[in-house]
Ligand binder design. Structure first.
Ligand code: ZN
Ligand code: ZN
Length: 387
């Protein structure tokens, strides 16, 4: 496997960085220590420029090639944030922070991009400029969007962007990718039913928010089964129900219901929002209460660009000998915002037979590092070849 020899040499060092990040997880935009560690290492590698505070706690590093005459500029992006999960791996490098854990492998992503940065700073065997993008708040906070909103793409004249995520269940160091829609749009809805609370033994005197909620949750399932084109991909999940009463003999005045919608096209996304509003309005008419609905459109569909996807797959085949077609993923990915601003591609790298991401027993597999780092380095050296 033509993983670059330098990364086999650097594996113990990069593993140490990865485990240090794993021990010190930080959530959303609170990646203060992580960002400081990243910036310090980038400066130590001799990057031409290191800027902190892009998208609040994001870090950008710049490495110029031996030549820059091509004028090409490529952005490579890693995420740095952890999740509010209590770690149960029992590994020696487990989280030292209760209730925070690197359960999505962003510690590995950050370490691999740092490894690539070290190699690219040493060798500079390319004609152009590499922009290293370390973003906070991938897990629902839109840190990538904030980096874009801070003008990152124009400030550094980024022409293309690439991203990578580890994938449990895929052999270590193997790759998978797909062109076009890849990760889903992720929306959140929040519905508060308001009725008329009262004594549970006098149902004729109340407007029962519990009954309204039960009907609504059942009816919302028909968006997928009866409204959406069965060929389309859509998820509607109700995930939280909170009653204003905890008593067994009180009809609650209010019930709050939360959930998420995942879609792969704008039409399905619009349909889901419209139907949620119509169904809830209908339930209110039927049972006599009222409802307040907030529908928040969060990450858009993440779409890989065709040409960059072909290139990314070609690099993956050069590194590991193969590159499978990845399945559609109904999860969301903040990198979607970067791919809306610039052409690029996002690839999956195998994490082996680990627990799934977002699971308290998940851990990033360090043996993935040489392949991941090699892919980053090859993307740069092949896309901006030195004369
Ligand atoms: Zn995640
Ligand atoms: Zn992730």
């Amino acid at each position: 496997m033509p993983v670059k020899n330098r990364f086999a040499e650097l594996l113990p060092e990069i593993t140490e960085w990865r485990r240090d990040l794993h021990e010190n997880p930080e959530i959303l935009f609170e990646t203060h220590r992580t960002s400081a560690v990243v910036a310090e290492k980038l400066r130590g590698f001799g990057c031409d420029e290191v800027v902190e505070g892009i998208g609040r706690t994001g870090v950008v590093g710049v490495i110029k090639g031996r030549a820059t005459g091509s004028g090409k500029v490529i952005g490579l992006r890693a995420d740095m944030d952890a999740l509010p999960i209590h770690e149960q791996t029992g590994v020696p490098h487990a989280s030292k922070t209760d209730g925070a854990m690197h359960a999505c492998g962003h510690d590995g992503h950050t370490a691999m991009l740092l490894g690539a940065a070290k190699y690219l700073s040493e060798t500079r065997n390319f004609d152009g400029t590499v922009i290293l993008i370390f973003q906070p708040a991938e897990e629902g906070g839109g840190g990538g969007k904030e980096m874009c909103d801070d003008g990152m793409m124009d400030r550094w004249n980024i022409e293309e962007v690439y991203g990578m995520h580890n994938w449990p269940g895929k052999p270590v160091g193997s790759f998978a990718i797909r062109p076009g829609a890849f990760f889903a749009a992720t929306d959140q809805f929040d519905i508060t039913f308001e009725g008329k609370g009262g004594h549970a033994a006098k149902p004729h005197e109340v407007i029962d928010t519990g009954v309204m909620t039960a009907h609504a949750i059942t009816a919302l399932q028909t968006i997928v089964s009866r409204n959406a084109d069965p060929i389309q991909n859509i998820v509607v999940s109700v995930t939280s129900m909170e009653s204003s009463s905890k008593a067994f003999n009180v009809i609650p005045q209010r019930v709050q219901v939360k959930g998420t919608v995942r879609t792969m096209t704008d039409a399905t996304r619009d349909l889901a929002e419209t139907r949620i509003r119509e169904i809830v309005a209908g339930i209110c008419t039927t049972f006599g209460g009222t409802a307040d609905i907030t529908y928040h459109r969060s990450y858009p569909v993440m779409r890989n660009h065709a040409e960059q996807t072909d290139f990314a797959a070609e690099v993956a085949r050069a590194v590991s000998g193969e590159c499978e077609e990845a399945p559609l993923v109904m999860g969301g990915e903040d990198f979607a915002f970067m791919l809306e601003e610039r052409p690029g591609a996002y690839i999956l790298v195998g994490n082996g037979e680990s627990a799934p991401v977002h699971h308290p027993e998940y851990d990033f597999t360090d043996e993935t590092i040489p392949a991941g780092c090699s892919w980053w380095a090859e993307v740069v050296e092949r896309r901006m070849p030195a004369a």
